[in-house]
Write a protein of this length. Structure first.
Length: 145
């Protein structure tokens, strides 16, 4: 009944493809900051350029890492060429972000996504992204470890 009332009182936006649930999402085990980033990205309300902002009337949809656009969740995680190395290392078993993808139910894939988001700063607030992640910045890339 709760799910029915929820769906009636607060209809799901058309762009949100993930089902409502009364159980915690597997990604909630990542911690508050990363779980928040994932919730925001899944709701299309994150810091990614293609997600709408109330305060920015003319957003720049260009990906800050590669210069392509628009930088959606799928693009930032599965397609962006500048993140290919991280993706190949951390997300080699992830091919879909759809609501029924293995990613959302397998803890090892969720941990890999969390590491990928942290390493690439995907979906992080712009004020905590170092300059070397921004294309237009003259700063050199970070040193190799």
């Amino acid at each position: 009944m709760l799910l029915q009332d929820w769906a009636t009182d607060v209809p799901t936006p058309g762009y949100h493809e993930y089902a409502r649930s009364l159980t915690l999402h597997t990604f909630m085990a990542l911690g508050k900051f990363l779980a928040g980033r994932i919730h925001q990205m899944r709701a299309a309300k994150s810091y990614l350029a293609a997600h709408p902002s109330v305060s920015d009337k003319e957003p720049n949809l260009t990906c800050p890492c590669c210069g392509n656009k628009p930088v959606t969740v799928r693009y930032a995680i599965l397609t962006c060429p500048s993140r290919a190395r991280d993706r190949d290392v951390l997300l080699k078993d992830v091919s879909s972000l759809g609501h029924d993808a293995r990613l959302w139910s397998e803890p090892h894939l969720i941990r890999a996504l969390g590491e990928y988001l942290t390493d690439t700063k995907t979906g992080f607030p712009p004020d905590i992204i170092p300059d070397y992640y921004i294309i237009s910045s003259p700063s050199p890339p970070p040193p190799e470890h």
